[in-house]
Every structure is written in C-alpha cells, then in structure tokens.
Design a protein around this ligand. Structure first.
Ligand code: HEM
Length: 245
C-alpha cells in the first residue's frame, strides 16, 4: 500500500481485478444456467425445488438481499470510519481500507445473485430484459424495484473506480465515491418498499438500527471537520533556537 498526502485515498486496491471479474462472470453464467436452463432440461429437479410454484428462488433472493445490504452497510461504516479517523483505533486505517474494498465487492456479488435468482420465481415472473432495465418490471412495484436497479448500477460503477483511480484522478475518484451515500439510500428504500419482509418487526428494526448507526458515524465525521475548522489544532512549535555563545 502506498501512502500519499490525503486521508482515505492513500491506499491502493488490494483485490486483484482479473480474479474478481472472473468470479463475477462465472457466478452469473452459473446462475443463469441454473435458473433458465435447468427447469427445461431437468423438469423433475425443478419440481423438487417446489413444484408448480417453486419458492426456493424467492427465498434465496430475499436471503441474499439482506446479506448484500448488510455488506454494503459494513463497507460504508468502514469507509466513514477511515475518514472520521475512528478506524485508527481499530482495526487500523490500512486494514479498514482493504476490508472496506473487499466487502463492497463481495456485497456486489451477492446483489447480482439476489437479482438473477429471482428470475426463477414464477410469481414475480421477471424477464432478463426487465431485470436489466430500471423501472421496467411493470407487474411488480416498478418504481421501487427500479431504485434497486439504479443502486446496483451505481454500485458497479463505484466498484470499478477502485481500479481506474490512476486514470480518472484523485478528485473524480473521490467525487464518484461520494455516490455511495446515494447508493445506500437507493438500496434501503428499495428494500423497504419492494420487500416482503418489511412488515416483520425484525426487518423494521434492522432497517432503523443499521441506517441509524451510519447516520451517527456520518454526523461524527461532519462534527469533527467543523470542530477542526473552528478550533484548528495548534501546529507543533519548533524547538527554540539554541543561543550562541
Ligand atoms: C438489478 C437490481 C435489483 C433487482 C432487480 C432487485 C429486485 C428485488 C425484488 C423483486 C425484491 C422483492 C422480493 C420480495 O421480497 O418479494 C427485492 C427486495 C429486496 N432487495 Fe433487491 N433488487 C435489486 C438490487 C438490490 C440491491 C443492489 C440491494 C442491496 C443494496 C437490494 C436489496 C434488497 C432488499 C434488502 C430487499 C428486501 C427483501 C425482503 O424484504 O425480503 N436489491 N429486490
């Protein structure tokens, strides 16, 4: 990891892009094959997943939805803790940056799984095109699902910028990185208004507490910046000039 002048942007990407892309491509192809082709090739196997209306895909999508949102949450919490300097206490800024990046990429992989596996659900009945085009799922909450789709694309763009930082420059990287806040909001509103579990007490607690903790970390960061501006830390005074003589 190289260290330059400013906080948060000091650390280089620690996840190899080739292996990550290979992993994503392999996972997506595997999922598409499983969801689209297996029911036609092996109808009995698809039947064993739940008969005429298999629910397994729906459960898998809902489960991975929360894993994905939680990994996004963890990545955001670590990111803010790097900039508000809390990460210096634990686990240390370089470790926090490496985990922040890794967890974000892992969450993106779970988001792909969450979206693709729902293709197997007969009740929601999305087509591949509807999955890819935001706000096109006319039969199932198009606006709220659309927010999730926009969130997903924003996430993918931000993930790519980890790797093209030297090309786009520090300022653009930082500007794009601020998009994470919008992305998190898109994810959370998408989850609340398109999810089946929102009516459950545990899901409501999850949304409130997780968002509340992020808000606290963000407020702490903003306050620290304001306090630094109003009461700038005193510069270390140089040692007194030795008297001659
Ligand atoms: C192409 C992108 C996406 C599509 C097509 C999509 C689709 C859906 C659908 C159809 C549901 C409703 C499932 C149900 O409970 O019946 C849902 C719920 C949910 N999604 Fe997504 N989603 C996408 C991206 C995302 C992303 C990026 C996240 C996380 C940041 C996410 C997190 C959630 C959560 C937490 C729920 C609530 C699950 C529940 O209440 O059981 N989704 N999504």
């Amino acid at each position: 990891m190289s260290v330059n002048s400013s906080e948060q942007t000091e650390y280089e990407s620690s996840v190899n892009i080739q292996s990550f892309l290979m992993f994503l491509v392999a996972m997506t192809i595997g999922l598409l094959v499983a969801v689209l082709l297996l029911p036609a090739w092996l109808p009995n196997m698809a039947f064993s997943l739940g008969g005429d209306a298999p629910k397994a895909y729906w459960y898998l999508s809902r489960g991975t939805a929360f894993v994905s949102l939680s990994l996004l949450w963890l990545s955001m919490a670590l990111g803010i803790s790097i900039t508000n300097k809390m990460a210096r206490l634990w686990p240390g800024a370089p470790a926090a940056f490496a985990i922040h990046e890794y967890v974000s990429l892992l969450g993106l992989a779970f988001a792909i799984f969450h979206a693709v596996v729902i293709l197997g659900d007969h009740y929601i009945n999305f087509t591949l095109l509807q999955l890819l085009i935001p706000f096109s799922t006319i039969d199932y909450r198009p606006f709220w699902v659309g927010l999730g789709q926009l969130g997903f694309y924003t996430w993918a763009i931000i993930a790519i910028t980890f790797y093209i930082r030297p090309i786009i420059g520090q300022k653009s990287w930082r500007f794009l990185h601020y998009g994470s806040f919008g992305m998190y909001l898109l994810g959370i509103f998408h989850g609340i208004y398109s999810g089946t579990d929102t009516s459950q007490g545990w899901a409501q607690n999850y949304y409130w507490y997780s968002a509340g903790i992020l808000l606290f970390l963000l407020m702490y960061r903003i306050l620290a910046v304001v306090i630094d501006k109003v009461f700038p830390p005193k510069k270390a005074t140089s040692a007194p000039r030795p008297t001659q003589g």
